[in-house]
Design a binder for this molecule. Structure first.
Ligand code: NAD
Length: 253
């Protein structure tokens, strides 16, 4: 699947799933913006791609801040003419009991995962509507599809991303813009490793609970994103594809 000449923005692409998506899209011929809040990882990711002879740049953004998002998209469009594909991947995960979950952490989670996704969609939409062409991929989670203890803000935000995907897909289909989402299962990234190291999650437990018996690799999520971005998915919109090793399907014990 090729994305030759496609102009792409991937948020939160300094590491993890976002980086894997940026790398897959750049290797497929796309021109990719690493849209990141962390300048160190963002710059480093863009350089890693450049060393592979891929077209990539770092764009600083805080997706929680509408001004910052609008400026990032404006600058990218000024430099590369348009945004063909947007991947909303940035966000944070916070784990803790609901009874005294801090208001500040609740707001930060919803702002980065759900509101940030909406701001980015809003920022690219006018150009996509003008050109009657666009492709948006939102990263949700299999956590949106059931109750996980200690993750009230995260699960609610990710369920919101599934609903937002459906609303924008039906609203913008008339403009030939496709909007889909991916619901990854537990994926071996820096943030998962941190949560495991902090004793807030049990990697072996996740593996036992997953029918395929292992965590996802970031590249396995990236391959599905590449499919959704490509013409192979030209009649898919409003869809959420689970890439979870059977996690949600499993209901037995
Ligand atoms: N890792 C998993 O198990 C898993 C499972 C399902 C869904 N997801 C989702 O996939 C996405 C990526 O997950 P990951 O594990 O690679 O995460 P990660 O924490 O490793 O990477 C997230 C990136 O987003 C950036 N970011 C955070 N807040 C930002 C903001 N306000 N503006 C711009 N950038 C910001 C971070 O700096 C980081 O580079 C997230 O949306 C996550 O919820 C992850």
């Amino acid at each position: 699947m090729r994305l030759d000449g496609q102009m792409v923005i991937v948020t939160g692409a300094g590491q993890g799933i976002g980086y894997a998506i940026a790398e897959a899209f750049a290797r497929a011929g796309g021109v990719v913006a690493i849209a990141e809040i962390n300048p160190e990882t963002g710059q480093d990711a863009a350089e890693r791609l450049a060393r592979q002879r891929c077209a990539a740049c770092f764009c600083h953004v805080d997706v929680r801040d509408k001004e910052s998002v609008q400026a990032m998209v404006r600058d990218f469009e000024a430099r590369y003419d348009r945004v063909d594909v947007l991947v909303n991947n940035a966000g944070m995960v916070a784990v803790g009991p609901s009874v005294d979950f801090p208001e500040e952490t609740w707001r930060a989670s919803i702002d980065s995962l759900l509101t940030g996704t909406f701001f980015c969609c809003q920022a690219v939409a006018p150009g996509m509507i003008r050109r009657r062409s666009g492709n948006i991929i939102n990263i949700s989670s299999c956590a949106a599809m059931g109750g996980w203890p200690m993750r009230a803000a995260y699960n609610a935000a990710k369920a919101g991303v599934v609903a937002l995907t459906q609303v924008l897909a039906v609203e913008w289909a008339q403009h030939n813009i496709r909007v889909n989402s991916i619901a990854p299962g537990v994926t071996l990234t820096e943030s998962t490793q941190k949560i495991v190291a902090a004793g807030l999650a049990d990697q072996r437990g996740y593996e036992r609970r997953t029918p395929l018996g292992r965590l996802a690799k970031p590249e396995e999520i990236a391959r599905v994103a590449l499919f959704l971005a490509s013409d192979a998915a030209s009649y898919i919109t409003g869809e959420t594809i689970r890439v979870d090793g059977g996690w949600v399907a499993y209901q037995y014990f």
